[in-house]
Write a protein that binds this ligand. Structure first.
Ligand code: ZN
Length: 163
């Protein structure tokens, strides 16, 4: 049995099968959080969130990529969000690889070199600043957007703002 089968078993046995219980797709807090896919980050718990309150966009690193800008533009223009939190974290796997090293690895194993940027980084605060700047400079996001960047400590569960 695969772990996907395990998920399906849990879904069937769940009390409400994850029934939405929220009447609108518009996030109640009009806010989007961009963060890493790291399994240690419990986004709902970190911010004391209730179902239906925010958009959560996750990828490797919590990086504002072109595809994150795509989602944020839709989030703002069609679903009325206006504030954005960028939250990267300590001990991120993106600090254990390098841009060229990972591209070389993929090319060596597959014969193909990716056209996309790996977005590896060494300084998490600088990476947060870069992502915040990408939001601020994007012509596709509202000029009135409030955007703030944070680092989450995976050992203490504390967050601090990056200025
Ligand atoms: Zn990470």
């Amino acid at each position: 049995m695969s772990n996907i089968d395990e998920l399906l078993r849990r879904h069937e046995q769940g009390p409400d099968h994850g029934a939405p219980g929220v009447p609108t797709p518009v996030p109640g807090l009009h806010l989007a959080v961009v963060t890493c896919m790291d399994a240690r980050i419990k986004v709902f718990d970190v911010f004391g969130l209730k179902h239906g309150e925010i958009h959560i966009l996750r990828n490797a690193g919590g990086i504002v990529t072109d595809d994150v800008i795509r989602s944020l533009a839709i989030s703002q223009r069609k679903l009325k969000t206006r504030e954005i939190v960028i939250m990267q974290h300590t001990s991120c796997g993106m600090m254990t690889i390098t841009e060229d090293g990972f591209r070389d690895e993929l090319q060596a194993d597959t014969g193909l070199r990716p056209t996309w940027s790996v977005e590896a980084f060494t300084d998490v605060e600088e990476s947060v600043r870069q992502s915040v700047a990408r939001v601020r400079l994007s012509p596709f996001l509202a000029l009135t957007t409030q955007v703030r960047g944070f680092v989450y400590d995976v050992h203490t569960a504390k967050i601090h703002e990056v200025t």
